[in-house]
Design a protein around this ligand. Structure first.
Ligand SMILES: CC(C)(COP(=O)(O)OP(=O)(O)OC[C@H]1O[C@@H](n2cnc3c(N)ncnc32)[C@H](O)[C@@H]1OP(=O)(O)O)[C@@H](O)C(=O)NCCC(=O)NCCS
Length: 466
């Protein structure tokens, strides 16, 4: 079968069909209805289960294996849309028309010219910094570039927001303390806060978001080149965002198939509910810190191995396993050691992760052309089959987004250190879209902690301490 863009579309539509068939018996979600705050819900450690806000940006359904951006199914978006269109959709809440998309693409391209930021970055010991470290610093430098616009940054006037002090509450020592004495929910309409004259400046918030979406990709690419003793490359005006990303990293213009697969990987990582990095971004934005600092916090959260980075582990494992015949003993050993198999399982999905459903066949397609990487794909397929047979079906543990994404990035010629930055280059659309939405009715995030320590400890001067 000759690989062309139709082949890719057909693979995705086939994956969508499988997803629908396999989860047809799971109940459809209720239509969203207006919620009334405060909402009663069961909360676990780490705020698991807590509902922190309302959002129209995106939706994940773990039992049906759904991922939805602004009402659009991820399979449909991957089969037909582009990262530029999806970013516009996330930020603006609607699909762009031709004129809107053209302007958006022009703006994105203009914002990819961040030579000054890259030059400043080169003044830091960038060779000792991970790409994620450089991205976090880069987000700060991008803000400096904009410092003259600080006043117009994406935030409501401070007197319109609810301050941290106003929301401060005593720490609870028992989970069921007197609610009223320690914590009182007030609706915004009951609050006496002055009304802002300016209000939330959505337009500059959008510009900042475009700037960040364009810039994070460029910083990732430039850092990776510098790590390989190569000079950063400028983006090309005739290339799409996905193609430019590949070009700025590898120095080669991608084939249409490579470009399309990169575009789909970017679409797939753009938003995923209130995950840790999205939450971190929103927490910082809710203090009215500006959006560059907020995205910096998202990048920091994503750099942790519990969030981004399982795909690096997957590639290392596939290499370690080496060949399909070693898969079973390798999995058995992992399980005997009570270790998890990277790239499987998900906190939310108890069905096949739709992102892995799409990335799996696309990895197969790309790796067919790369004889040096093809054996890794064979190992991956055998690993998927083995995990499903040994415990996956029973425990509802399926491949997740990280299982195949590393193979795709490897086949595009990216170093492993770029895997998590590629996640950031895409998720920055979701981070900024959710911040802009939340800013419309900002309320500082302020959960409670449960105090389990001592009281009435007596201070002993240091020379009398044992
Ligand atoms: C993502 C993850 C943290 C989700 O964890 P979770 O929702 O808390 O799931 P649990 O840890 O409760 O797992 C439920 C059961 O499945 C098992 N399980 C889950 N993921 C597993 C994996 N990857 N390999 C082997 N067993 C796994 C657990 O051991 C547990 O078994 P038990 O009921 O016998 O104790 C977990 O699946 C994991 O660590 N995966 C590997 C890392 C990874 O790929 N991360 C990227 C996520 S996008």
């Amino acid at each position: 079968m000759k690989t062309d863009l139709n082949t890719i579309q057909n693979l995705i539509l086939k994956a969508a069909e499988n997803a629908r068939r396999e989860t047809a018996d799971e109940p459809e979600p209720e239509k969203p209805k207006k919620s009334k705050w405060p909402i009663a819900c069961t909360v676990g450690p780490g705020l698991e289960g807590a509902i922190a806000c309302e959002s129209k940006v995106g939706y994940v359904n773990g039992t049906k294996g759904w991922l939805v951006y602004r009402g659009y199914d991820i399979f449909d978006l991957c089969a037909r849309s582009t990262f530029e269109e999806v970013s516009y959709l996330l930020l603006h809440g609607k699909m762009p028309n031709m004129a809107e998309l053209t302007i958006f693409k022009e703006k994105l391209f203009n914002y990819t010219r961040i030579n000054k930021v890259v030059r400043q970055l080169m003044g830091f010991p960038i060779e000792q910094m991970s790409v994620m470290g450089a991205l976090r610093l880069g987000a700060n430098l991008m803000r400096r570039e904009y410092s003259d616009l600080d006043m117009a940054s994406a935030r409501p006037a401070s007197f319109e927001a609810i301050s941290s002090d106003e929301d401060s509450i005593a720490m609870e020592t028992t989970p069921h303390g007197s609610n009223h004495a320690t914590f009182e929910f007030k609706s915004r309409s009951n609050r006496k806060a002055a009304k802002s004259k300016r209000g939330f400046d959505k337009l500059s918030g959008l510009e900042d978001s475009y700037h960040l979406i364009a810039g994070i990709s460029c910083i990732a690419a430039a850092t990776s080149r510098l790590h390989n003793d190569k000079l950063p490359l400028e983006p090309q005006p005739d290339l799409s965002h996905a193609a430019n990303l590949i070009y700025m990293i590898t120095g080669k213009k991608p084939s249409p198939v490579e470009e399309r697969v990169m575009d789909i990987a970017l679409i797939l990582h753009a938003d995923h509910g209130m995950n840790a990095s999205t939450f971190a971004t929103m927490v910082v934005a809710s203090t009215l810190a500006d959006i560059y600092f907020s995205v910096g916090a998202g990048i920091a959260a994503l750099s942790g191995p519990l969030h981004g980075g399982a795909n690096e582990d997957v590639i290392r494992n596939l290499r370690e396993i080496g060949s399909a015949k070693n898969v079973k003993p390798w999995v058995k050993k992992k399980l005997d050691q009570k270790k998890k198999v990277s790239g499987f399982g998900h906190r939310v999905y108890k069905a096949y992760d739709p992102r892995a459903r799409i990335l799996g066949p696309l990895a197969g397609l790309l790796l067919k052309e790369k004889p040096e990487l093809n054996p890794l794909f064979e190992v991956a397929q055998e690993l998927e089959k083995t995990v499903m047979d040994m415990f996956g079906k029973e425990k509802k543990i399926f491949p997740n987004v990280d299982f195949y994404s590393g193979l795709i990035y490897s086949s595009l010629g990216f170093d492993e250190e770029l895997f998590t930055p590629m996640f950031a280059a895409s998720r920055v659309s979701g981070w900024t879209a959710r911040v802009l939405e939340y800013m419309e009715k900002n309320r500082i995030f302020r959960p409670r902690g449960l105090y389990t320590g001592e009281f009435n400890q007596m201070y002993v001067p240091i020379d009398q301490r044992k």
